[in-house]
Design a protein around this ligand. Structure first.
Ligand code: ARG
Length: 590
């Protein structure tokens, strides 16, 4: 379906043309004086010079052509030359009726779908997820869902940190504690046990312990590095042990991400590209791109237009070891081979922006990607505590994701129990659904690149621009629909019975609904889930206003009532589709 703003502009453009002026002048925008009109057109002002006429004369000419318009109830020329516009109720009603009949509520899928890989999540094996990984997961998941809904072909890749120094640290510490484990017996040629020799809890204790000790003890650190080397060069026992680490850790990660309603198509890790690094490096050398500088192998990525220093991209350290860069580059190469994407999007902390600039430039320069492959860095800001500093636990440590979720769920549970009678079981289940909405909406309603303050009171409030407010609105609609059905109304049969609005709040609700296609499209093009949040917040406000102004169920005119019920169903469906794009859902009751 055409966007409502385009239909309105078309009508205006026709009027400009019929009055003898250029079509382009008929661009319509939302009114910046909603007290006077709904939309406005400033084309007469813009055309004054070209036609050597006072703007008001042009505006009058155009307004005269619109006197019997099927779009505008009123098109008024006002000094010095604005056109103030109010839509016809029938036009708005018709648009909403068509929206109801359309599979995606008037949204048209893109004409040329792109193949997109989104790299998000980025957790590190054997380390607990923390709040830094939360933003990547929440934003990446939403960007993925929006792009998919628009018709793109999207693959989400978690890009696990599973190959570097932390692996060696864990193995080395395990060896110190349990040297008898068969994995460390390099003469062993039999089959390794299928059961892992540790649990996730043990793993998560071992890593920080080893990491701390390595910082204090040089020879311990050297041993750990030797373990990393053994793993990466393929020593059997180390590989077998590593497989256990991955399996135990991934099982735990899957649970955590599932709780967040986040899922990945690919669980590739940095390790997946290990074997392709040597040939990639050779090609970079042979192509004349990579050279040695102070022992390290680097690729120059400066560009003439740079205003700041962009350091060379390091491919191999002076000891020949691969780096974070190297795996990211080899991953790009692998994706180009396997997925052949038109675009790769990285949802990563914005503090890694320069790093990705280097990686992208290097990938282009060394021809790992095609000329028209787009590499997009979607950097997000920091989640801060109320003191404006990066969010920490009360003790000052990094907040584990699990604790954060628990905190928000507890707060929700408390609020739910306070507000109504329920069983403990139902309250707990509802708190989980609403808690996730509070967390995700609190994050996504901010522009991704900005820092924001994690404010549990505000996020869990049922009033204002919050997830729970949106869910309350949905639940309210559901309960009206349920009552209508209880009173003998047939919800399914009235579904298509949307009529022209009969009062202003109903019209406002319809006009808010009508912005659906434009909002989702903009959110996709700009990688901006916050635009969907802004849309549903406006829609929820418009609905609640309508609800307070209108006695829906008490209405005696059955056909009028049926029209409202149909409008409610559409509002519910649109809201539920939109929150699904954000990655959360609504309960039946709250
Ligand atoms: N594992 C990294 C971290 O915890 C994030 C990975 C981001 N993605 C990437 N392709 N480098 O900081």
């Amino acid at each position: 379906m055409k966007k409502i703003i385009d239909l309105i502009s078309d009508e205006m453009k026709n009027a400009f043309e019929q009055a003898g002026y250029a079509r382009e002048l008929g661009k319509v925008t939302l009114s910046n004086r909603p007290d006077l009109c709904e939309y406005q057109c400033n084309g007469a002002m813009a055309g004054a010079k070209q036609y050597k006429k006072a703007p008001i004369m042009i505006a009058n000419d155009v307004a005269a052509r619109l006197s019997d318009s099927s779009v505008f109830e009123r098109a008024e020329a006002v000094a010095p030359g604005f056109l103030n516009l109010t839509l016809r109720n029938e036009f708005v009603g018709e648009y909403i009726k068509n929206m109801r009949a359309d599979k995606k509520y008037g949204l048209e899928e893109v004409q040329n779908p792109a193949k997109i890989v989104i790299d998000y999540g980025g957790p590190n094996v054997a380390k607990p997820l923390h709040v830094g990984h939360l933003r990547s997961a929440i934003i990446g998941e939403s960007v993925k869902r929006i792009a998919r809904y628009m018709g793109h072909q999207v693959v989400g890749d978690i890009h696990l940190g599973d190959w570097g120094q932390p692996m060696g640290l864990i193995m080395n510490e395990l060896k110190a504690r349990r040297p008898e484990l068969v994995y460390f017996d390099e003469a062993f040629t039999g089959e390794y046990p299928a059961e892992p020799p540790f649990t996730i809890v043990e793993l998560e204790e071992i890593y920080p312990f080893a990491s701390k000790r390595a910082k204090e003890d040089e020879s311990y650190k050297a041993d750990a590095m030797a373990c990393t080397y053994k793993l990466q060069s393929g020593v059997r026992g180390y590989r077998a042990l590593w497989n256990h680490i991955i399996a135990v850790s991934v099982a735990d990660l899957k649970q955590n991400y599932e709780r967040l309603n986040v899922d990945f198509d690919l669980w590739n890790g940095e390790s997946a590209v290990h074997d392709r690094i040597p040939q990639m490096v050779d090609a970079m050398k042979e192509g004349g791109y990579a050279y040695f500088s102070e022992g390290a192998l680097v690729v120059d990525v400066r560009e003439e237009t740079d205003t700041k220093e962009v350091p060379p991209c390091m491919i191999l350290k002076s000891d020949g070891a691969a780096l974070y860069n190297t795996t990211d580059l080899a991953t790009i190469q692998m994706r180009m081979e396997v997925e052949q994407p038109d675009r790769m999007i990285y949802v990563v902390d914005k503090r890694q922006e320069l790093y990705f600039e280097q990686v992208f430039r290097c990938a282009r320069k060394t021809r790992l990607v095609q000329e028209d492959t787009e590499l997009k860095f979607l950097g997000f800001g920091t989640m801060n505590g109320k003191d404006g500093k990066p969010f920490k636990t009360r003790e000052g440590g990094v907040m584990r994701l699990e604790s954060l979720i628990k905190e928000i769920n507890n707060e929700m549970l408390y609020k739910i129990k306070e507000s109504r009678e329920t069983t403990d079981e139902e309250a707990a289940a509802t708190a989980q659904v609403v808690g996730l909405a509070a967390l995700k909406y609190g994050d996504l309603s901010n522009q991704a690149s900005k820092d924001y303050i994690f404010d549990i009171d505000r996020f869990t409030s049922s009033e204002g621009d919050t997830g729970p407010y949106i869910l309350y609105t949905i639940v309210r609609i559901k309960s009206i629909l349920a009552k209508y059905a209880e009173n003998g109304g047939d919800v399914a049969s009235v579904q298509n019975g949307i009529k022209a609005p009969v009062n202003d709040s109903e019209k406002q609700l319809m006009m808010a609904l009508a912005k659906y296609n434009a909002s989702v499209e903009a959110a996709c093009e700009e990688y901006a889930p916050h635009k969907i949040c802004a849309y549903i917040y406006e829609l929820a406000n418009a609905f609640n206003h309508f609800y307070h102004e209108t006695k829906i169920l008490a209405e005696e005119d059955e056909s009028k009532k049926a029209g409202w019920i149909a409008l409610l169903m559409l509002t519910r469906d649109v809201l539920e589709t939109a929150i699904d794009l954000l990655g959360f859902s609504a309960p039946e009751r709250m």
